[in-house]
Ligand binder design. Structure first.
Ligand code: NAP
Length: 243
């Protein structure tokens, strides 16, 4: 594993994160399959990675808990050295009209989706700066680009991530570290549970919901040498719902 480039994918037990972990392992990364609650699912992702000839390991922390992130991530980085790639994927939604939104719904979503950017990226980017190499991709959302009614908290968190990506990209470009965002539209994962997917598909110009693998392809591209001159960008993967 020491000879392979290392990639951390947060929220890699399910959905888009799992697809990214599997794809990056196929692309030759040693993948840190991060999870929080879904231990069994994370183990399955790791098994599928190793079964297809790749390598990886599990890592667990709550992305919204700064002390926990430090306790787990810092010793790993000290022992194994800098990451080549970071995919900030873990995220939640807690939808409600703002007039009805609970304080916990606001703070939890901001904390998991946006505060985590600071907690995780800070130690990781320090190593990348010293190595003068590294690529970061944050998964934001079409909601963060356009704003979405019923998702004021989620839209704010995802727009915040876009601002952070654009600012950090400028801070670290001189050291050859790139920072980009991927903004999916409707993707077939647990996050869409409770929503009528057929109805959603009708408002998508391409006429269907996207797959986690399709998001993973874009992430893999932004982490590849082919994207070496792309930084501070938001790549939208949404079947045409926002242009
Ligand atoms: P998902 O299937 O619901 O997965 C969410 C992931 O986030 C899980 O792996 C979960 O880990 C992790 N997570 C949640 N809270 C966490 C916490 N406090 N600490 C650590 N990990 C935590 O959702 P998904 O659709 O794959 O979403 C992945 C990303 O894509 C999110 O950032 C989401 O906002 C974004 N996105 C999704 C869509 C879509 O339509 N699906 C559209 C736009 C953007 P555990 O299960 O281990 O707890």
């Amino acid at each position: 594993m020491e000879t392979k480039p290392k990639a951390l994918v947060t929220g890699a037990a399910r959905g888009i994160g799992a697809a990214c972990a599997q794809r990056l392992a196929r692309d030759g990364y040693h993948v840190l399959v991060h999870y929080h609650q879904s231990k069994a699912a994370a183990q399955q992702v790791l098994e599928s990675v190793t079964a297809s000839g790749g390598s990886g390991e599990l890592m667990r922390f709550d992305v919204s808990d700064e002390a926990e992130v430090e306790q787990v991530l810092n010793p790993w980085l000290e022992t194994h050295g800098p990451l080549s790639a970071l995919v900030l994927n873990a995220g939640i939604r807690a939808d409600a009209l703002l007039a009805m939104m609970l304080s916990e719904e606001w703070h939890k979503v901001i904390s998991v989706n946006l505060d985590s950017f600071f907690y995780i990226t800070k130690p990781v980017v320090k190593g990348m700066l010293l190595a003068r190499a590294g690529k970061i991709v944050a998964i934001t959302s079409v909601s963060g680009v356009t704003g979405m009614p019923g998702q004021v908290n989620y839209s704010a968190s995802k727009a915040g991530v876009i601002g952070a990506v654009k600012a950090l990209a400028q801070e670290v470009a001189k050291r050859k570290v790139t920072v980009n965002a991927v903004a999916p539209g409707f993707i077939e994962t647990d996050m869409l549970s409770g929503l009528d997917q057929n109805q959603l598909a009708q408002i998508v110009p391409l006429g269907r919901i996207g797959t986690p693998a399709e998001v993973a392809s874009a992430v893999a591209f932004l982490l590849s040498p082919a994207a070496a001159y792309i930084t501070g960008q938001v790549l939208e993967i949404n079947g045409g719902i926002h242009l």
